[in-house]
Design a protein around this ligand. Structure first.
Ligand SMILES: [Zn+2]
Length: 65
């Protein structure tokens, strides 16, 4: 299943996407968070995906019994 298509024409699965080098994340107020990855090895294009508005937050309160 294709997760993301690169402008170079190659289709990436989620697994392939996660294996790409992470460039960073772009956070703009009122906009979805964009995660940027480099299609490398490949065309070296920077590809962005929208992350879910509310990423799964692990409940880490720091309280230990
Ligand atoms: Zn590409």
């Amino acid at each position: 299943m294709t997760f993301k298509s690169c402008p170079c024409g190659r289709d990436l699965t989620l697994k392939e996407w996660l294996a790409l080098p992470l460039v960073g994340e772009m956070r703009l107020p009122g906009e979805p968070v964009l995660q940027l990855r480099n299609h490398s090895p490949g065309c070296n294009s920077t590809i962005a995906i929208e992350l879910p508005a509310r990423p799964v937050a692990r409940a880490q309160t720091g309280v230990t019994p």
